[in-house]
Structures are given as C-alpha cells and as structure tokens.
Design a protein around this ligand. Structure first.
Ligand code: SF4
Ligand code: SF4
Length: 371
C-alpha cells in the first residue's frame, strides 16, 4: 500500500493540482472511479473556524480535488457533520465551503439531515449518515493535527464526522477513555471503508498542542495521499513522533484493512523522518493510571489528579458547549458553569467552543504528569 508524502509550503492551487494529478495517475485512481458517478468529498469541518486557524481542511486542497473530478465529469458532493450543536450553516460559511460549492456548482450536505444507517458490531450499534449509500465513492480529506484524547487525528478519525450531529457526543459519553473510544473509531472505519476511494491529509498547515481545535497552528509543509486511511495515518502519526502504543485505533484499522507496517510503500526519505518536537497533550495518561490502580489508590489519585475543562474570559455565552455536552453537565448561572460530578471529560465542549473559551484546568499533580 503506497503512502505519498509531498512537500509543499503554501496553499498554491496549481501546485496542489499538479501533485494530485501525479499521485492519482500513479495509483490508477481514474480506473477505479471509472464506473462511479457521484463522489462525496468528506473534509474535516470540525466547527466554524477560518481556514487560517488550521482546524479544518483548507478549501484550496478541496478545490484541487473538485477540479480534477470535474475534469473527469464526476458529480461532486461535499458534506460533513460538524461536532455537537454547532450551527452547520455557519461552519460551512466560515470554513470556505459555501463559497467553494457555489463556485463549482456542487451539492453541499449536512449529514445531520438526510437519514441514518445502523449497523451492529458485537453489542455496539453504529449510526452514520444515509448519504453514504447515495454516493458511489468517498474521498476523505482530513487535517493533520494532534488530538487531546486520541494523540493524533487524520484520515481514520475524520470518518467519525459521518456520524450525524449529537450522536457523536453519545459515543463519547459511552466510551470515555481513548482505548474504548478508539474502538468506536476503528469500528466505524471498518463499516465504511469499502466506500472510501482515496484519503488525503492536509498538513501544509496543521496543528500541535491542544488539538483538534485549541492547539497551535504549525506549518508542517506536507500533504499525504493514500488509498488506505490507516496506512496513511500510521505514517503521518509516526512522523509526528507517536509510537505504536499511542496509535491503538490506527493499528486496529490497519488490521481491518489487512495491512502490516512493512506492507507500506514510502519514498525512502520519509522512512525514518520525524518532525522536530511536536507538542501534544497526554490526557489519556489519566485514564491509563486510573485503570491499573487498586481501589483506594484510584480514589486518592482521582482527588489529587484534577484535569477538567473550565471557562476563560473569552466566553460569549453562545451556548454551543451547553447544547453539545452529552451529559448536560454545563449550565448557565450568570455565567457558564460545569457540574463536575456529571462531567465525563469527553472534551466535546473544549473541542467545539468556537471562541477558544474552554481550556483544560490542571491540578499540581496533573501539571507534573502531563507534558
Ligand atoms: S464556553 Fe462560552 S463561548 Fe465557548 S461554547 Fe461555551 S458558551 Fe460558547
Ligand atoms: S462539560 Fe464535561 S462532559 Fe460536558 S462536554 Fe465538557 S468535558 Fe464533556
């Protein structure tokens, strides 16, 4: 399985088209798509952020794919379901998607509308957009970022946006730690993967630190392309410095795709390449330590190890967090407050606040345990 890593410093449309043209030809994408008419583009549209904030997929990357698909007379649809209760129309406008769909006369879809499909794996019921059945293939176009709960987010995690609206918060509620939430992500990937014709991860500008939305923009200067979401993520996460033990859901997804690390074909210069000191937040350490401690230590540790969302002065009382919290732990009492007895630390509020008004408050011990 080939993973392309292309160096590019700017969102330069002709250059990006040139890169994709070469990559698509090399993997024979057009033969694969020959009989497919409707192609759905699935970017990362986490919330109402400007492209320059590096939270969402940059519109120029999407534009390049649209141009190449329209050259082949494909009908292009573009859709996502931003997290929680974020206003979808605002997200589409702010991320540049509305302008793009008007310019190229393509269909813009909100996955929270249009029905759902349900599938069970074991006891877990998966719900995702019924639009998946209405299109012939999907091109998954993610963003290159660290993730406070999952370490890394790229192609596989981007498919979580196929889950409509607030159902995403339900999965967080039922699967609070990164291993069980990772099972949800890799399970969903196994259900939808046959529809994914191609994966692209936009790392020209990505994010480090408190990703996926409150971190710092970092210009990695690369674009990844592969027919395998999991192989792509394995390489991309490794280039951020993550180890196999921090990639559970990616390795699970590779198993579903029958891909071993040694099967991945990569240009020699990238084989041992790592970006220097990519910063990230290890909130999963809390869950890990709790899960291996005996009862009394668990209680003590929980008391001393405080790691929870809180509000800063940027809050505009927009209520996005309140309406998105899966356990109704947020309430308005003059200002926004959190009932920490209810909070499951899913970080949905931290992820979704459009104003970066929610930060992660840490106790003395948490500060020392988290880099
Ligand atoms: S913290 Fe304030 S600004 Fe942020 S989502 Fe909640 S209400 Fe809106
Ligand atoms: S308040 Fe707690 S439970 Fe609610 S969204 Fe925020 S982190 Fe999740």
């Amino acid at each position: 399985m080939k993973v392309f890593v292309n160096e590019i410093k700017k969102y330069d449309l002709p250059e990006i088209i040139k890169i994709f043209r070469q990559n698509f030809a090399e993997i024979d994408l057009w033969t694969e798509l020959e009989t497919k008419k409707i192609i759905l583009l699935k970017p990362n549209l986490l919330g109402p952020y400007h492209p320059e904030e590096a939270v969402t997929t940059h519109p120029v990357i999407i534009e390049a794919v649209i141009i190449l698909l329209q050259e082949k007379n494909k009908e292009v649809w573009l859709g996502d379901s931003p997290g929680g209760s974020v206003a979808v129309k605002t997200t589409f406008n702010k991320t540049g998607m509305t302008a793009l769909t008007e310019k190229y006369n393509i269909k813009l879809i909100n996955f929270s509308e249009g029905g759902i499909k349900q599938h069970k794996i074991g006891k877990t019921e998966f719900i995702f957009t019924a639009y998946l059945e209405k299109v012939d293939a999907v091109i998954n176009i993610a963003k290159y970022k660290t993730h406070s709960l999952m370490y890394y987010t790229g192609a596989v995690k981007n498919l979580y946006g196929l889950v409509p609206g607030l159902k995403k918060s339900d999965y967080h509620k039922e699967n609070a730690d990164y291993k069980s939430f990772g099972k949800i992500i890799s399970g969903l990937h196994s259900l939808v993967n046959s529809k994914i014709a191609l994966n692209i991860v936009d790392g020209i500008s990505g994010m480090e630190g408190e990703g996926p939305s409150a971190g710092k923009k970092r210009d990695f200067g690369v674009i990844f392309t592969s027919q395998s979401a999991s192989a792509l993520d394995f390489i991309a996460a490794r280039m951020m410095g993550f180890k196999n033990s921090q990639m559970h859901y990616i390795l699970d997804a590779m198993k579903h795709e029958n891909i071993e690390p040694d099967d991945i074909i990569l240009e020699p210069k990238w084989r041992s390449f790592q970006f220097k000191k990519v910063k990230y937040r290890k909130i999963s350490l809390f869950i890990k330590l709790i899960s291996i401690s005996p009862g009394f230590l668990k209680k003590l540790f929980k008391k001393l190890y405080v790691y929870e969302p809180d509000f800063n002065e940027k809050c505009t009382l927009c209520r996005v967090c309140l309406e998105s919290c899966p356990v109704q732990a947020i309430f308005l009492d003059g200002k926004m407050k959190i009932d920490y007895n209810k909070c499951i630390k899913c970080m949905c509020c931290h992820e979704l606040c459009p104003y970066h008004a929610i930060y992660i408050r840490k106790s003395w011990l948490a500060k020392r345990l988290i880099k």
